[in-house]
Design a protein around this ligand. Sequence first.
Ligand code: NFS
Length: 623
Amino acid sequence: SEKILSKSVDPATQQMLEFAEKQGLETAWDRYEKMLPQCGFGELGLCCRICNMGPCRISPFEDTGPKKGVCGATADIIVARNLIRMIAGGAAAHSDHGRDLAHTLLLTAQGKSGGYEIKDEVKLAALAKEYGIKTNGRSKEDIALDLAHSVYAEFGKQEGFVQFSRRAPERRVALWKKAGIDPRGIDREIVEIMHRTHIGVDNDPVNLILQGLKASIADGWGGSCIATEISDVLFGTPEPVRSQANLGVLKKDEVNIIAHGHEPVLSEMIVAAARDPRLLDKARAAGAEGINVVGMCCTGNEISMRHGIPIAGNFLQQELAVITGAVEAMIVDVQCIMPALGDLCECFHTKFISTSPKAKFPGAVHMEFNEEKGFDIAMEIVEAAVDNYAMRNPDKVFIPEDKTDCMVGFSTEAIVKALGGTLDPLLDAIKSGAIKGIAGIVGCNNPKIKHDHGHVALVEELIKNNVLIVSTGCNAIACAKAGLMLPEAADQAGDGLKGVCKALGLPPVLHMGSCVDISRILTVCAAVANALGVDISDLPVAGAAPEWMSEKAVSIGAYVVSSGIFTVLGTVPQVLGSPFVTEILTKIANDVVGAAFAVETDPVKGAHLMIAHMDAKRQALGI
Ligand code: NFS
């Protein structure tokens, strides 16, 4: 129906929404509609619940209603505090993920982890070098132990700087220092946000926002980067591999297991356990033809990049996957997991299995995971899924056919390799104008905007205009489903980009991984800027989060802008109640970090803001 077509551009999603409606099953879209109209004060960021003299709300109207909270906080203060508390939440989430990887590396180096190994010794050596750890004549375990202690220490550091932030051009680091936003330690900056936003502490919107930027830099160049780099050491640095995306990857006659969440520490072991012959035999004995592990959300990106495991969908498709009736187990760890899954799974045979002591859900069975016994616990979890196959009701199964081939696995190292060993061919293509610039498109889904439309329309417009795309997260999944991650998709690109892609056999949209892997994009930008002897803010690059919703996305936006990259947001952040904060974010930031935000809900118009920015940067560089 018309209404369903307005919710998503993805055909599998449309079919599933129709199927859900017929069965009277509720999804995030229905709950969003029931929420309308959403609170006007909240939308503008004008509601303060920080102390118990409140809740206070500031009137957005000029002549009526209160202009100050009970303590005297103005709209500017309240909006700034709310915004940077979102950054604290997001930076904490990404960085705690990084910490878990550091912990796993430590256990592995000590020989105490269950089933993990050091897979990429080249990366291990490269990271050791960054930390000044000796490698000559030492075993990989010894080097890994030193590295684990070093990265672990980044979280609790009180002074100095976050090591990986020194990949940024010198000018960028100098600018951070000058603005007082060079982070000292990851946890310290997040804690300082919580302190400063407590009643009666920091009441200067500029000072508050600077602390937000500081914590976000600690996320992007610290916690997220540690998550990426240590994942590569433990699980291998991704290389180009074929995969598939969309709900059609679920199989009618196999045990379907969805790995949903974020940390590869869990999903890698699920993948390994599902390949164990004992469990395969068990599955066959139960009448299934095999065990089909598929990914969902960012952990899906992780295992797709490293093993070609198919991706069932992005954030707004998690409920739809259950509604296919063909999922034996929805296995989750942390982040972006809807608590709605509990009630929904009860309408089906699907087992909703939580695994992290940090994340329990109503209606879930909790099978707690720990790294010391990683593989054994994964075996138990996969076995529970296999046992559940007998409970599947074939009459309830409806799997849409849609699935699209994609090429994924473009780590920084893989991109350099595809270019023949140096960044030069890319730099030449940018200088010649064959490639106008590079855009990093990332982030979530949000029922406020037609599902995948924000992602796909923006990317299509950019590649038509010869902008090379590097993509992560739910954007990457949207692009994969839309067929944009195949070398053939170069036909949809402008002549310049098309020529470059055809010559190198690359898709015009490069899948660089999960959301923590936006750190890979920062690393590429830093390398390009260093090669040209300029700052990141001088490059013809831009970022966008067309369908963002999470606190993590706020932290991402903040560190991308802090790194000097103009960023377009496709959904409106809750800041408009303070025209001053809005101006800091969209204009004044230019004077401090050399980049700012724009908000544009129309993806095609958003693309042209990015293109205009690239044109201006090209002109300034004289190319
Ligand atoms: Ni990142 Fe958004 Fe979540 Fe991944 Fe998807 S919702 S902020 S893209 S899965 S983290």
